[in-house]
Design a protein around this ligand. Structure first.
Ligand SMILES: [Zn+2]
Length: 463
C-alpha cells in the first residue's frame, strides 16, 4: 500500500468515527478486537445499502423470495456443510522470527487464492507448492513450518446447561446460506416457486478470525447479503453467468461504484465440489479486495443436507417428471464491505477558495440524510418557526435533519461531510415570497423554490 493510500485509509477510519459512521466496539472499556459498531449515520447508510440489495434481489425478481432464518441452528448442519471439519484459518509459523501467519493471506501475496473450506491436506499441498515464492511479511525470510488449522466456527452453550458444553457446542452461524439450504423445501412447498428460483437473506454471521484486518473489511461479527439460486443441473452454468452480470451491475447502478474500481478475480484453487468461483473486487485504499463471491456449487449443498438429515431433498420437475437434486449458484456479499467501498468511493476533498471541503458524494439513494433544513438565523423566532414547519412536512417523506447551529456556511460543510444531497434554508425572503433556497451538495449551486413545490422538487431530484 502506497503512502498516499495509507493516509487515505487512516483518514477514512478517523472520519468514520468523528462523524458517527463507525465506532470501535466497547471503546470506553478499552475496545474489543475485530468488532465494530455503526453510529447514527452509519446505520442509515447500512440500512440504505441493505434496502437497495433487497429491492434489487427480491422485489425486482419474480423468481427470488426472501427469508430470515435464525442465527442458531441444529449443530449437525455445520457437520453436513463441512464447516466442523474444514472451515478453518490455516496458519504457518515463520521459522526465523516465529510469527504465526495465515496461509491463505501468504498465498494471496503471491496471487494464489485458497478456499477457506479446503481440507488441511488440500491447503497444505497448495502451500508447499508455492512456499518458495513466499516471504515472511515480518522478517522477509522464506522458511515456514507446515500448515496447522484453527476452526473458525464460534461456539456457544445455547440450551446446554452442563459444565462441559463445549464438547457438544451449538454454533453461531458461520454463514447465512445454510439457513437457506435447510429451508429450501419449506419455501418450495409454501411459496409459488418452481425450479429455477432463488432465496435471499440478509443476516449476521460469526467467524473466529485469527487476524481481523483492514477496519470493517474483515471482522469477527459481520453481516451478509446472500442469495442461493436453485437450478436444474443443465441450467447451472447459464444461471451462473446471468447472476455474475446481474451482480456486477448492482455495484454500479445501485451503489454508484465506478467500473474502473471493480474487477473480477477468478479462483484457481476450488473446493472439490465447486464448478467455478469468481470474486468481485473493489479497489480499496489497501488494494483490490473481495466485495462479493459468486460460486457455482453443483449439487453439494442439498446432497449433504439430504445425507445428514435423512430427508430426500430431490426435486421432481412437474413438466418432465425428471428427478434431480437441484444445483446451486450463490451470490454472497458483505454489508460492511459494501459500506466501506461506498464510503471510499464517495470520499472527496475539494478546494473551495482557500478552504478544503470534505464531501461524501454518495448516490442520493444511499445518503444517510437526504435533506437538511436550516433557519438562516437561530435567534429569529419567525424564521425558526417556518423552518420547523417545513422540516416537519419533509421528515414524513425523507430522513431529514434540522440544524440551526453556527453560520449557514458551517452547516453546509457539516452536511457535505455526511453526504446530504440537499440543504434547504429559510430566510427573510421566504417569509415574504413563500420560497426557500435549495443548495446542491455537489455543484454548491443554490436555487429558489416555492415552498408549496418543495416536496415535488425534492422527490424529483432524489429519485
Ligand atoms: Zn519471519
Amino acid at each position: 500500500m502506497g503512502k498516499k493510500q495509507e493516509n487515505l485509509m487512516e483518514k477514512i477510519v478517523s472520519f468514520c468515527k468523528r462523524r458517527g459512521f463507525v465506532f470501535p466496539s466497547s471503546e470506553i472499556y478499552g475496545g474489543f478486537a475485530a468488532i465494530y459498531d455503526f453510529g447514527p449515520y452509519g446505520v442509515e447508510l447500512e440500512n440504505n445499502i441493505k434496502d437497495q440489495w433487497w429491492k434489487y434481489m427480491v422485489q425486482m425478481r419474480e423468481d427470488i423470495v426472501g427469508l430470515d432464518s435464525a442465527i442458531f441452528m441444529h449443530p449437525k448442519i455445520w457437520e453436513a456443510s463441512g464447516h466442523v471439519a474444514g472451515f478453518s484459518d490455516p496458519l504457518a509459523e515463520c521459522k526465523k522470527c516465529h510469527s504465526r501467519l495465515r496461509v491463505d493471506h501468504l498465498l494471496e501475496s503471491v496471487g494464489v487464492v485458497a478456499d477457506e473450506k479446503m481440507k488441511e491436506e488440500e491447503i497444505s499441498r497448495i502451500f508447499s507448492e508455492n512456499k518458495k515464492k513466499i516471504k515472511c511479511p515480518v522478517c522477509g525470510a522464506s522458511d515456514f513450518t507446515d500448515v496447522k488449522k484453527f476452526n473458525l466456527l464460534v461456539k456457544s452453550n445455547l440450551g446446554n446447561f452442563t459444565e462441559d458444553w463445549s464438547k457438544e457446542p451449538v454454533y453461531l452461524r458461520g454463514e447465512t446460506c445454510q439457513g437457506i439450504y435447510v429451508n429450501y423445501e419449506n419455501v418450495l412447498n409454501s411459496a409459488r416457486v418452481r425450479i429455477p428460483f432463488g432465496i435471499a437473506q440478509i443476516g449476521k454471521a460469526f467467524r473466529n478470525e485469527i487476524t481481523a484486518r483492514q477496519f470493517i473489511f474483515r471482522t469477527r461479527e459481520f453481516e451478509q447479503m446472500e442469495m442461493q439460486y436453485f437450478t436444474s443441473p443443465e441450467d447451472e452454468m447459464k444461471a451462473y453467468e446471468e447472476l455474475k452480470k446481474y451482480r456486477w451491475n448492482f455495484y454500479i447502478n445501485c451503489l454508484g461504484l465506478s467500473e474502473k474500481n471493480l474487477k473480477w478475480h477468478k479462483h484457481e484453487n476450488l473446493v472439490f465440489y465447486a464448478k467455478e468461483a469468481y470474486d468481485i473486487e473493489y479497489n480499496f485504499p489497501f488494494g483490490f479486495s473481495e466485495l462479493e463471491g459468486l460460486h457455482a456449487r453443483g449439487d453439494y449443498d442439498l446432497t449433504q443436507h439430504s445425507k445428514y438429515s435423512g430427508k430426500d431433498l430431490s426435486y421432481v420437475d412437474p413438466k418432465t417428471n425428471k428427478k434431480c437434486i437441484p444445483h446451486v449458484v450463490e451470490s454472497s456479499a458483505g454489508v460492511a464491505r459494501s459500506m466501506l467501498a461506498v464510503i471510499c468511493e464517495a470520499y472527496t476533498e475539494e478546494k473551495v477558495g482557500e478552504d478544503t471541503r470534505v464531501v461524501l458524494k454518495f448516490k442520493n439513494n444511499l445518503a444517510p440524510i437526504k435533506v437538511a433544513v436550516f433557519p438562516l438565523l437561530k435567534n429569529k423566532p419567525e424564521l425558526v418557526a417556518k423552518a420547523r414547519e417545513i422540516f416537519n412536512d419533509l421528515k414524513k417523506e425523507f430522513v431529514c435533519e434540522f440544524d440551526d447551529n453556527g453560520n449557514v456556511g458551517k452547516r453546509y460543510r457539516r452536511q457535505d461531510e455526511i453526504g446530504t444531497p440537499y440543504c434547504v434554508t429559510v430566510d427573510f425572503e421566504s417569509l415574504e415570497k413563500g420560497d426557500v433556497t435549495v443548495r446542491d451538495r455537489d455543484t454548491m449551486k443554490q436555487e429558489r423554490v416555492k415552498i408549496e413545490e418543495l416536496l415535488d422538487y425534492l422527490h424529483d431530484k432524489l429519485e
